[in-house]
Structures are given as structure tokens and as C-alpha cells.
Design a binder for this molecule. Sequence first.
Ligand code: NAD
Ligand code: TYD
Length: 354
Amino acid sequence: MKNILITGGAGFIGSHVVRLFVNNYPDYHIFNLDKLTYAGNLANLVDVESKPNYTFLKADITNAEELAVLFEKHKFEAVIHLAAESHVDRSITNPLEFVITNVVGTVNLLNTAKNAWKNNMEGKLFYHVSTDEVYGSLHDENEFFLETTSYDPQSPYSASKASSDHFVRAYHNTYKLPVVLSNCSNNYGQNQFPEKLIPLFIHNIQNQKALPVYGKGENVRDWLYVVDHARAIDLVFHKGKIGDTYNIGGFNEWKNIDLIKVVCKAMDKKLGRTAGESEKLITYVTDRAGHDLRYAIDATKIMNELGFKPSLQFEEGIEITIDWYLNNKKWLEDVTSGNYQNYYNQQYGEKFIA
Ligand code: NAD
Ligand code: TYD
């Protein structure tokens, strides 16, 4: 049995990675370490919480003592690091929180792994999950982000992720820590916190609330279904070359306003509303400060070297996603009302021992 630490597993992408690893690898014991910030929701993992190869650890990556105790106790052989503050708008309001979690937290984790593995790095792996936002904003429509593209982060969020990426590479170069990194484009799918564009708009359409489109809605994002991101992480974890970086994406660019109209149309149909009704909720609002114009990933390397291929087209993925939110009203209600934050206490009570 190999003990694997996944951080941020109660969040959006982390919960899909935890599920995939718990279900597909019975020889791994998956330890999900999460602080359960506003973005952490154990309801995302009800289907795996009683599996014998799964353990939840409530802990904070910024707490070095806590991490040292857990590494000593559970002898992790690999880390998949997803815990982070992840929302650009929050980073504009509170940048320091992003420095503490994303930079200090990542360095703490690197340091703990380095200390725990110092006598034998053989077979160990520190996998850092990052974002395409570290590359900055594209202005020429023929340009794509490559693994070799220079870092040029523009928001406090992307600056904190870029910094954490640099530290991961520094630990590889300086201490020979076996690392691998991936930088993925925007994810969408079930269990995403409804502060991000797609779940927020699904929620607002359902409740006949305004759809706040930043600026003119002309910014472009490159969207990947979250389960496909988890599959790509599985590939990088098992087949990625130590010290390498892999860009993850599915060549799926959408101008915000076009994507929003797709969501509006689909929602009208599913809710039995007159065609065009949801589009009337679109409200153009003041643009996000420093709003990156376009992100677009060139995923050729992971496709050619590791055989990655998205499992579904965007049109199918967005249908599945909308259906999930409509069929999981309780999840959305609990998240928007704050009820989900009681879940940990209700389910685990005092049973939890790190
Ligand atoms: P999320 O905000 O949904 O989840 C983050 C998780 O980290 C939460 O469960 C939270 O409780 C936990 N966490 C936060 N601070 C912590 C701390 N100090 N200690 C322990 N746990 C802590 O984020 P997400 O969208 O699932 O993103 C996960 C990772 O993937 C992040 O590193 C993010 O930068 C990266 N990423 C996200 C996207 C995207 O589109 N969402 C795209 C590419 C990369
Ligand atoms: P978001 O989901 O916050 O992801 P990111 O900023 O990491 O790309 O936003 C996706 C795009 O949608 C981005 O261009 C900002 C825009 N947006 C809106 O227009 N309105 C909103 O309410 C939100 C949350 C985002």
C-alpha cells in the first residue's frame, strides 16, 4: 500500500482527483489534507468517504508543525498539491491571503517533503498543480501558452501561483526534490464553487437574478471539463518526467459572452422557459481590475508524450454540468446558504484525529 497525500481534496478539482485515485488505485491509500476554507466542502466526497483506502485529514498547509507530524505518522511517498486560494476576484480584495496560502503554504509543504524524504528520494514525487494564468494575457490570436512561455502573471492570484511554481522548481534544482508540474486552463464541471463564472451563472439563471458580465464580455478563456483535468493529472503523476512541466488543455477557447449565451440557451430549454428569457438577465458591469484578455493552452506536449485526450466535447460537458447543478439543488443551496460548512462537524464530529 502506497500512501499518497492529496492537498485541497475537498475543493472543486481536488475532489475529482481524490475520487479518481481512490476508485482506480486500490493499492494506494489516499490521504486528503484540507483546511476546509469556504472553498472546501466534504459533501463533494460523500461517495468515497467510507472507502477503506481513503482518509480525511483536517490540516493547514501553512502550519509546518502539523505537516511534519502527518508526514512522520503516515510516511507519504508522494504528494499531489492542489490546496490553494483560487479565485482572482478574492485575490484583488485580499492579496496577502493568497501569498500566505499559495506561496508560504507551498514552500512549507516542499520543505516538509524534503525533510521527510532527505535520506531517500527514490520513488518519491512532489506533484504541483498549477494554472495557465501564470503565463499572463495573450493579445495575438495566433499565440498559445507553451511550457516554454515566459511567466508574466498579471493578477495577485496568478502572481502567487507563479511564485509557488518557481519555488517547486527551485527545490528540484537545489535539493534534488523529485517534482513534476502541470499548468491547466479554466476548469468547469460539477462541484465548482458558485463564485466562478459557470456555476454562478447557472445559479443566477435558476433564481432569475442578474448575470454580471465584466466589461464587454470579450475576454477569452480556454475551458476543460474537470474530470478530464483529473485524468490528465493521473497521467502526469504516473508517466510525467521528473523535473518537467505539462500544459493541460483541450483547445477549447470561448469568448465569455458567447459561452454565457450557450449556457442561457441550454437553461431556457431545461427550465421550460421561453427562448431568449435568460439572456435578458445579462448585465454588463464594471470590468475586473487588470482583467486578462485571453488564455489559450497549447496542449501538444501532454497529448503527444503522455497520450492525453479530453474525453468529451465542450457541448456535451456543459450539458452534463448544467444537468448536475439542476439535479443537485441541495448541494447548491447548502453552498450558497453556508450550510455546507457544518458538514464536517456533523459527519466527523470528534472522530477526526490527525
Ligand atoms: P478550490 O478553491 O475549489 O479548492 C481549494 C481547496 O484548498 C479547498 O478545499 C480549500 O479548503 C483548500 N485549502 C485552501 N487553503 C488551504 C490551506 N491553507 N491548507 C489546506 N487546504 C487549504 O480550488 P480549485 O478550483 O479546485 O483549484 C485547485 C488547484 O488547481 C489550485 O491550486 C488552482 O490554482 C489550480 N487550478 C485551478 C483551475 C480552475 O479552473 N479552477 C485551473 C487550473 C489550475
Ligand atoms: P472565473 O470563473 O473567475 O475564472 P478566471 O478569472 O480564473 O478565468 O472567470 C472566468 C471569466 O469570466 C473571466 O474572464 C472573468 C469573467 N467573469 C464575469 O464576466 N462575471 C463574473 O461574475 C465572473 C465570476 C467572471
